[in-house]
Write a protein that binds this ligand. Structure first.
Ligand SMILES: [Cu+2]
Length: 148
């Protein structure tokens, strides 16, 4: 017990002394959007958020070609799968994945001219970190997930 505590202490000191503190920021990678099978149905968005320097809290995702984007989470409760809307998503140091069967963005009112193979601009706003815009790959219905 004591041995483990002593071994861990020098590591903590080293980490605290490492250079200047990083600005809080969040990066977005691996962004994918699936277009709906029927134009009136919603599309879905998946991506990976990575925070450094304390990260930030995701507030909104928006796109010039989508009327409204909500943050959702698919949950399995008592054998039933249901979606819950998320107000915001905290991204501390490390990774938060939006992926099929878990957290995802839901795209309502997708521009019907958007086709598979296009790129869709997505802007992410954060509390505590700068906004980020990325180009998501547009894929066909069901090509990135199983639950919608
Ligand atoms: Cu959803």
């Amino acid at each position: 017990m004591f041995g483990r505590l002593f071994a861990a202490a020098p590591l903590l000191i080293l980490a605290a002394c490492q250079g200047t503190p990083q600005q809080p920021s969040v990066t977005v990678t691996d962004a994918v959007v699936t277009v709906p099978a029927v134009p009136s149905a919603p599309g879905a968005g998946y991506f990976i958020l990575r925070g450094v320097g304390g990260g930030g809290t995701l507030q909104t995702v928006s796109s010039p070609r989508v009327e409204r984007i909500e943050l959702h989470e698919t949950r399995n409760e008592g054998g039933m799968t249901r979606m819950v809307a998320l107000e915001q998503v905290a991204v501390a140091d490390g990774e938060v994945r939006f992926e099929p069967g878990g957290k995802h963005a839901m795209l309502f009112g997708v521009d019907p001219a958007l086709k598979v193979g296009d790129r869709l601009s997505l802007t992410f706003t954060f509390e505590g970190a700068r906004a980020v815009t990325v180009e998501a790959d547009v894929r066909g219905p069901g090509q990135a997930h199983a639950n919608h």
